[in-house]
Write a protein that binds this ligand. Structure first.
Ligand SMILES: Nc1ncnc2c1ncn2[C@@H]1O[C@H](COP(=O)(O)OP(=O)(O)OP(=O)(O)O)[C@@H](O)[C@H]1O
Length: 207
């Protein structure tokens, strides 16, 4: 088992958002989180990524940890595309970046500083980075934002290959990735009945 969530409750900024979330992902499995804006997809991903605590429930994660790709791209602006991938590869104890460059069609951009990339190119680099983590469980928040159709197709192939190699993915997206392997999980039924403010309100935008 790659990921198991049992009776999980999550909150954001002190607001209880979701209750009783359960899901299981094995090797080769993918779940696409669905639901309207604000339901708590990002919050659930951040909680699974360990960026914020759970309110209650249990999470079982791979012992080596996860790879999380959120809204912020986290790129080193002055490093080139290849240097960015090399930087992250070293952090995760990997050495190869060529497959990551190839997977998201970044070879011709390899020597370009990240700050000179277009929004879609930056996003492609952010997604290529998943490959140099060596992590089996990917948590992806709106991964296709800024991508053109060709890049969405590349990305779908990247995920498919990852699943075929025994990886797993939990993905929040509003678009159809065309992944026959993925199951949808609509979070609407898990909407917390009492979305009341609690302890620890904070405004993260200015943190
Ligand atoms: N830092 C914060 N402090 C307080 N509330 C927040 C914070 N960030 C998000 N929220 C609120 O938490 C709720 C869930 O947000 P979240 O980003 O998890 O939703 P989402 O399902 O990912 O939405 P979308 O489809 O728009 O990306 C929203 O009502 C949002 O306004």
């Amino acid at each position: 088992m790659m990921l198991r969530l049992e009776d999980l409750s999550v909150a954001r900024g002190g607001l209880r958002l979701l209750d009783g979330v359960g899901l299981a992902l094995g090797p080769g499995g993918a779940v696409v989180l669905r639901g309207p804006n604000g339901i708590g997809k990002t919050t659930l991903l951040r909680t699974v990524a360990g960026l914020q605590p759970t309110i209650s429930g249990r999470m079982h994660l791979p012992p080596e940890g996860v790879a999380y790709a959120g809204h912020a791209d986290g790129l080193k602006a002055t490093l080139t595309v290849a240097e960015n991938l090399g930087f992250w590869a070293r952090i995760y104890g990997q050495t190869e970046i060529a497959p990551a460059l190839a997977a998201m069609n970044l070879e011709t951009l390899a020597d370009r500083p990240a700050q000179n990339l277009s929004a879609g190119q930056k996003r492609r680099l952010g997604l290529a980075r998943l490959l140099v983590t060596g992590r089996r469980l990917w948590l992806l928040d709106e991964p296709t934002v800024s991508l053109d159709q060709a890049s969405v197709a590349l990305f779908a192939t990247l995920i498919r290959d990852h699943l075929a190699q025994g990886g797993a993915a939990l993905i929040a997206t509003h678009i159809d990735l065309g992944l026959a392997e993925a199951k949808d999980l609509d979070l609407t039924p898990f909407r917390a009945k009492l979305r009341e403010p609690g302890q620890g309100d904070f405004d993260e935008a200015f943190a």
